[in-house]
Design a binder for this molecule. Structure first.
Ligand SMILES: *[C@@H]1O[C@H](CO)[C@@H](O)[C@H](O)[C@H]1NC(C)=O
Ligand SMILES: *[C@@H]1O[C@H](CO)[C@@H](O)[C@H](O)[C@H]1NC(C)=O
Ligand SMILES: *[C@@H]1O[C@H](CO)[C@@H](O)[C@H](O)[C@H]1NC(C)=O
Length: 835
């Protein structure tokens, strides 16, 4: 693996080292050529973003050569004062050309505007025509009705005006047999020098850098602002449009948007606002927190493209998520091929929040029609797992027939590049001599080793700092104790204040070997009090302000409550900046560990039902038993703990809130809780009721049944979210297909059906449609009765009432998938992080 990485890295070094030297962009670019033509229009029209469209007649830079053209306008719209480019058009019955005399040679943006408005003279919607610019076919047999768009359409290209065409752009529109052609607007704008590459672009799959011939015309296929909003031409100095990325995310649950203040974005070294506006760099998608401590998955975007063409892929990066340099290292894949390995933006920019971009070229071969862009963490163990992408441009490149369209007349098969063309392409690519290459390889290898060394050095202290809590607490002194724990007092009374010295003694000075788990709040230790009571000691991180609020909430709540199915608070300590909670010890730990991700033996269906019933009793008591209703807010399998005899108790009240009082039906509050368990109704309305706990409990029921985490991004898309996945099977009445295989042969089908129904009701979209915890409890008891009754009458004859041993889906799972789920992801769940 190390060797492979080395090789890819060398390729990257080769590629990157050449980019800054060819890309040179002025910060405040003033295009020499700016032509905005309103076809068929009659008066100048301001767009409000710096663009002023002039009518095509009487324009000194533009000539229209044609035998049969007619200007038409949409009278209703043009009568209103509102200026509208799409309210007029030039319509052609014969092949006609616009000639634009540019001031400059070189690359230009070309934007064509189309909108087939209703008018009495022509049916623009049914027009079929082709458009060619300086000999390059842009559109062929184009018909608006096939685009499937109801609003206007803007086609955007980048093409070269070269010396031989004597600084002219000739745009020819040709109607097809008996049809007409039309156009509403044309824009021609100079592209800053170096904006588009002409040399040394890395191909994917990686190989020698390739040159992009100047006459290649690009068509914008996608321009995406990751994690951000639609950016209109008004907010882009080159009048480009950037779309949000939601629609292209393969698995939205894997990504989380991040936003920085756009004014903080730094531009340097060949990157300017002309490459992309700061609004693009100020937002990104990063990896969502899947609640696994060492998460490994990719964020993926898929884009539909046309096969047989090459595409230029420009990735925009800006590290707006790190707090220090060299903390964010990730891989980038294009169509499942490595593009960037161990990519560290800050090693290129030497700064955070600094804009950076990189280009690749990829061929879409026959039979494929998509570009898949993925970012994900490398397999290195000592790096925090994250990956980002801020922006992405995908540009289609004209082929060797000078066309952006595969179906040209006389071109019977839709073939790709001809062998000769391909050869020429590859020859252009090889740019460095063999000797130069060897030198570069050696340099790169040395650089790579050096780079790894630096990184390991830099990362280690940070990682270990993250792992251990500050040790300044050793100076504490038992003399300061506020009140000492009365060991003779009945230990089931309200939480006591404990002296820090006592807690320290109980945990052998917070011995590492006694750590039971690490949560968001801090570490949990096993301890033994002086009177022999075994306890769980939760020691908060002293610096966390949020921790303090949760600490107080928990003491408040637990001091008021006492129930067989709630974990009891034995005492607490709030001394010397310490926040320590001492609970009854739950010997068998969190329910989750008994379901998946550890080597514990699987629980029987009966035990699982009893545990669910116990937890439901605890929650029912919270909602109704105390003087005031209490909403737990963080119901999940790591907060349901089991004691020696597998009795379930609900724990972790840090987020709990008092429920609504009589004259109020909800508590309005900021959304908190855990990924995968969050009630969509609460999320939408930001109004908390007991029914949010019911929703989360529904997710718990499914986890218990299927023995998998609520969200597992490593699974195929439709399976990622347990609630969606299980409910799709429940609706088909085939829930048994996806249950934990360990339950096979033991679950009575009737009881399973009832269980599935109960979970489904808990997961109802709207809180009002969900049952109360009391109803859930009653239903689960009924499920248990059904199961028990069937066992008493079980015989070989009625084994048909049982779920078969092997669910059908099991053999279909590929090795890779089962590996990913059972080891890579699940093993990380062993450590139950609080939130
Ligand atoms: C970012 O994510 C939040 C919550 O997931 C969502 O509400 C918001 O619309 C997203 N913003 C953008 C710009 O996509
Ligand atoms: C566009 O730019 C204006 C300022 O010119 C700013 O207020 C606005 O938020 C920007 N919008 C987006 C989506 O970039
Ligand atoms: C990310 O995607 C690439 C290419 O598709 C794949 O090789 C890699 O294993 C994926 N990484 C993870 C962690 O799933």
């Amino acid at each position: 693996m190390g060797c492979l990485n080395g090789i890819s890295l060398i390729c990257i070094v080769l590629c990157v080292s050449s980019i800054p030297s060819v890309v040179f962009v002025y910060a405040s670019f003033l295009p020499q050529d700016q032509f905005f033509i309103d076809c068929g229009g009659s008066k100048a029209m301001e767009f409000g973003d710096g663009r002023v469209f002039q009518p095509d007649s009487g324009n000194p830079y533009v000539t229209l050569s044609s035998q049969g053209h007619t200007a038409v306008s949409d009278h209703e719209t043009s009568l209103s004062n509102h200026s509208n480019l799409y309210a007029s058009a030039q319509v052609f019955r014969e092949t006609s050309s616009y000639t634009v005399n540019t001031k400059q040679i070189g690359r230009h943006w070309l934007r064509l505007h189309f909108y087939p408005f209703e008018n009495p003279k022509f049916n623009l919607k049914s027009a079929v025509f082709s458009v060619v610019a300086n000999g390059i076919t842009l559109l062929h047999g184009f018909s608006f009705s096939e685009v499937g768009k109801t609003s206007h359409l803007v086609k955007e290209y980048v093409f070269e005006v070269d010396g031989t065409s004597s600084k002219k752009l000739v745009l020819t529109l040709s109607p097809w047999n008996g049809s007409i052609a039309f156009i509403n607007g044309i824009e021609v704008v100079s592209v800053p020098a170096g904006q588009f590459p002409s040399t040394k672009v890395m191909p994917v799959p990686l190989g020698p850098a390739v040159d992009v011939p100047k006459h290649v015309t690009f068509e914008t296929a996608y321009r995406i602002n990751m994690g951000g909003q639609h950016i209109t031409p008004k907010n882009d100095s080159l009048w480009r449009t950037w779309d949000p990325d939601h629609a292209f995310l393969v698995n939205a649950a894997a990504a989380r948007n991040v936003t920085a203040n756009p004014s903080r974005i730094k531009y340097s070294d060949g990157v300017s606002v002309e490459i992309a506006p700061n609004w693009v760099y100020a937002t990104a998608q990063e990896m969502a927190d899947a609640q696994v401590s060492n998460q490994k998955f990719n964020i993926s975007w898929a884009f539909e493209v046309e096969h047989g063409f090459s595409y230029l892929i420009r990735l925009h990066f800006c590290d707006i998520v790190s707090v220090a340099l060299n903390r964010l290292v990730f891989n980038v894949y294009i169509n499942q091929q490595s593009a960037l390995d161990y990519f560290d933006i800050s090693s290129r920019t030497m700064a955070l929040s600094a804009a950076y971009f990189i280009d690749f070229v990829t061929n879409i071969s026959m039979g494929s029609n998509r570009i898949l862009v993925q970012v994900g963490p490398p397999m290195l163990r000592d790096l925090p797992s994250n990956a980002i992408l801020n922006g992405l441009e995908i540009m289609k490149m004209s082929n060797h027939r000078d066309s952006l369209h595969a179906n040209l007349p006389g071109n019977h098969k839709m073939d790709t590049r001809s062998p000769a063309g391909k050869k020429k392409w590859m020859l252009l690519a090889i740019s460095s001599s063999a000797a130069g290459f060897v030198v570069l390889v050696l340099m790169s290898a040395a650089f790579y080793l050096y780079w790894r060394k630096i990184h390991q050095k830099k990362l280690k202290p940070q990682c270990s700092a993250w792992m251990s809590l500050p040790s300044h607490l050793g100076i504490s002194d038992s003399k300061v104790s506020i009140c000492s724990y009365d060991s003779t007092a009945h230990s089931l009374s309200l939480g006591r204040i404990l002296a820090f010295s006592e807690v320290r003694e109980a945990t052998k000075n917070f011995d590492k070997s006694l750590v039971l788990g690490v949560g968001g709040f801090g570490k949990v230790y096993r301890g033994v009090l002086e009177n022999g009571t075994v306890v769980a000691v939760k020691r908060g991180n002293p610096r966390s302000q949020q921790g303090l609020t949760e600490f107080r909430t928990e003491i408040d709540m637990l001091s008021k409550l006492r129930h067989r199915h709630l974990v009891s608070l034995i005492g607490y300590c709030e001394e010397l900046n310490e926040m320590i909670l001492v609970y009854e010890y739950m010997a068998k730990g969190p329910l989750r560990n008994h379901l998946y991700g550890s080597n514990l033996s699987p629980l029987s269906w009966k035990h699982r039902l009893e545990i669910c019933i116990g937890a439901a009793k605890g929650l029912h008591y919270l909602h109704t038993g105390a003087a005031e209703s209490i909403i737990h807010r963080d119901v999940k399998t790591t907060n349901i703990l089991l004691d020696e005899s597998l009795t379930a108790k609900v724990a972790d009240f840090g987020l709990s809130k008092l429920g609504p009082t009589l004259d109020q039906t909800h508590v309005s509050t900021a959304v908190k809780g855990s990924f995968g368990y969050l009630d969509p109704d609460y999320y939408r309305r930001q109004k908390l009721t007991e029914k949010s706990d019911v929703y989360s409990f529904g997710v718990v029921l499914l986890e218990v049944l299927c023995a998998r985490p609520p969200i597992n991004p490593a699974l195929p898309r439709e399976q990622v979210n347990i609630a969606e996945w299980a409910m799709s099977w429940q609706k088909k009445g085939r829930l048994e297909k996806i249950i934990d295989p360990h339950l096979g042969g033991h679950v009575n089908l009737e009881s399973l059906r009832k269980f599935g129904e109960t979970a489904e009701k808990c997961l109802a979209e709207y809180g009002v449609d969900r049952p109360t915890m009391g109803d859930v409890l009653w239903n689960l008891e009924y499920v248990l009765q059904l199961q028990e009754a069937s066992i008493q009458t079980v015989s070989s004859e009625n084994s048909a009432n049982y779920v078969p041993y092997t669910p059908e889906w099991l053999p279909q799972m590929s090795d890779q998938e089962s590996d990913a789920t059972s080891s890579a992801v699940f093993s990380e769940l062993l450590d139950p992080r609080g939130r």
